[in-house]
Write a new protein. Sequence first.
Length: 173
Amino acid sequence: MPTVRLMHYDPRWKQEFQQTRSSILQTCLGWVTAVEHVGSTAISGLIARPTIDVLAGVDPSSEDPSGAILESANLIEGLNFRRTPTTDWAGESVMLEKPRHGDPTHRVFLAKTDSPFWRNAIALRDHLRDNPDVAIRFEETKIARWKSGQGDEDRYCTDKAIFFTHLMDQIQH
């Protein structure tokens, strides 16, 4: 059973994101038009799972956005990423992880920039960045759930999804 590892904020995560962003934009031949750092590693000071979560966006008004997502995924695989099954909360995105073997250090979600998944991921990140008290509450909840679940990955992901659903309800109202 995979175990979730958490660690204190590492300022190098920002640089890791910038390098990944640059690689994706250069590799994807203009199909990817926006790249955003999301997830806990994008929130300065927050304890996080040490995986850089990247949102790579395809313009929905392009000639074939679904095709652009698939072509971009093929190109990103050349950057030592592997496609993995997408979870329910990631909508219609394509998910890739790096490295190809072992625990992921980077995760890319390819999605249309007008998709609900894109909008929600950006809204959550911005809300946590703009509201340190909410970020601290999220961190405390995450650590408590991690401890009570003894690091079990499925339980950790389920508990985190519940928190995010509740937070999205608050943001949207």
